[in-house]
Design a binder for this molecule. Structure first.
Ligand code: NAD
Length: 489
């Protein structure tokens, strides 16, 4: 990760006027809320982070992080030490001198395929009961189209408010304005993404020069001064932009995975195909990496939410439906590949498989909708014994895999290889890319590696005497090796 200081210069605290630091409350200390709070403090603002989870607030006050995110801990500790970042469970007290408030609570998938706004609504009703509200409320959570406007109306119509100034120029207000400011950060590089974003989307209904908009611009002034693009639009377009961005990314992932299947059956190499198409500037080379499909807390949920929106309006969302279908099929790639290359999966019953990588992507410990989870369940149901390892997600894995039968939780990549016949790479951590293939060859009795992320170097791994099977790539036979395995010595 680039150094935080190299990304953007903070506001100088002594500057007055449009550059002056603001008093901000961030509600929600999850992946997005904590990154937002830490980065806003880094920009020079005074930030209080509020969360309903008292244990989490307690931990944060003592510098204990609730999850792993590259570069975040150092930033949070530093900003807390400087007195610009603090933590509280008391929203009312935090609001005393707040000029604006960010809502960054979770919006998990709902049972009907849509999105649950339960936590956002809980914050809104708490706010509705407050005697004093900040002039601007910023919706960072990913919410269904129309939610920001609904909450603005709810707060405007709450009983007992006075005439209200609604001015939004700072200080308190009876009738706060709402801006939709969706977050596009990626877990694993969240701090970098927040401080050097491709753009800032600012949704606001009404006068585009309203003082509330100016207030939001002040929040991001250091980023705007560094050249970040500011995209202002109405709140519904901002909300839909967030879903559309994730759906587009998910569709690219499924598209390239479908092409990878075609490469596999036609003897082409998807790595070469990606070069062939990625060098076209109209296409570009990001998000065309074949693998085990997308996962995590955002892409699957946001694709599903758009399909739900289409259903509500009696529209078909054929592309999104296909995107989901291809993604769920792709998650089975290891099972089919193992069956194909080991001859028959049934013969492998009782085999021990080493699994490298559990988080839904490298750089995070997040296992929400991670491809590793259904895969582990499936392999276990097939009678496999599994040795699993992830550099960051072992605690989450232990909490999620409550039935540990058939699973050995390992402390290192090498330990996972002990007594294993096959290796399956699920998450492309650098630690795995850099792992010496000779050591893997020493351990794996079937000398087979299934690389579900095309992360390993085919030349080095086959020269070590291993057969490397990758997604959409020709399988290179192992170069003969006289090395003896650990259990043969
Ligand atoms: P999260 O589950 O990690 O964190 C949510 C936090 O909100 C938790 O700490 C929870 O205790 C707190 N919370 C819930 N109800 C609360 C309440 N009533 N008052 C105070 N705190 C409350 O969620 P996240 O991953 O940070 O996602 C937050 C939002 O940002 C979601 O809408 C998500 O879709 C969106 N988003 C997430 C990402 C990502 O990569 N995680 C990226 C972009 C956008």
């Amino acid at each position: 990760m680039k150094s935080v200081q190299s990304l953007v210069a903070p506001i100088r605290p002594d500057v007055a006027g449009t550059d002056a630091p603001l008093q901000i409350v961030v509600v929600g200390a999850g992946y997005v809320g904590l990154v937002t709070a830490g980065c806003l403090a880094h920009l020079g603002h005074r930030v209080i982070t509020v969360d309903a989870d008292l244990a989490r607030i307690d931990d944060l006050a003592y510098g204990r992080m609730p999850f792993h995110e590259s570069g975040l801990e150092a930033m949070v500790v530093e900003q807390t030490r400087l007195g610009r970042l603090s933590f509280s469970a008391d929203l009312g007290a935090a609001l005393t001198s707040a000029e604006l408030l960010f809502i960054a609570v979770g919006t998990p998938p709902a049972a009907d395929g849509g999105i649950s706004t339960e936590a956002v609504d809980a914050v809104a009703s708490q706010l509705a009961g407050m005697p004093r509200l900040p002039a601007l409320i910023v919706m960072k959570s990913t919410v269904p189209v129309g939610t920001s406007s609904r909450i603005e109306n709810l707060l405007a119509s709450r009983p007992g408010i006075g005439t209200g100034n609604g001015g939004g120029g700072g200080g308190g207000s009876d009738t706060p304005r709402i801006a939709s400011n969706p977050e596009f950060l990626r877990e694993g590089t969240a701090v970098e993404d927040f401080l050097a974003p491709d753009r800032i989307v600012a949704g606001f209904d009404g006068d585009p020069h309203h003082p509330a908009v100016m207030l939001l611009r002040r929040v991001y002034q250091p980023l705007l001064s560094a050249g970040t693009t500011w995209l202002q639009m109405d709140t519904r377009s901002a909300e839909l932009s967030k879903f559309a961005a994730n759906a587009m990314l998910a569709t690219r992932v499924s598209f390239i995975n479908e092409i990878a299947s075609l490469a596999e059956v036609s003897g082409a190499d998807i790595a070469r195909v990606c070069e062939g198409i990625g060098s076209d500037r109209r296409i570009g080379n990001t998000f065309i990496d074949p693998g085990l499909g997308y996962g995590g807390s955002c892409l699957p949920k946001d694709v599903s939410a758009l399909r739900y929106l289409a259903r509500q309006h009696h529209l078909r969302a054929d592309i999104l439906t296909a995107t989901e279908r291809v993604n769920s099929r792709q998650r089975s790639w290891p099972v089919h590949a193992i069956a194909r290359w080991t001859g028959n999966m049934a013969q492998s019953k009782g085999s021990r498989i080493a699994i490298w990588g559990l988080a839904f992507k490298p750089g995070t410990d997040d296992m929400r909708d991670a491809p590793a989870l259904p895969l582990i369940e499936r392999l276990r149901r097939m009678g496999m014994s599994l040795s699993i390892y992830d550099p960051a997600a072992m605690d989450n894995a232990r909490a999620l895999l409550t039935d540990p039968r058939g699973i050995r939780f390992c402390d290192s990549a090498e330990q996972a290889l002990e007594e294993a016949e096959l290796l399956l790479l699920v998450t492309e951590w650098d630690e795995f890319r850099e792992f010496p293939p000779e050591v893997a060859a020493d351990h794996l009795s079937q000398r087979m590696v299934f690389d579900g992320r095309n992360a390993l170097d085919p030349v080095a791994w086959s020269q070590a005497g291993l057969q490397l099977v990758q997604v959409g790539r020709p399988v290179s036979p192992p170069v003969r090796s006289e090395r003896k395995r650990v259990n043969e010595r």
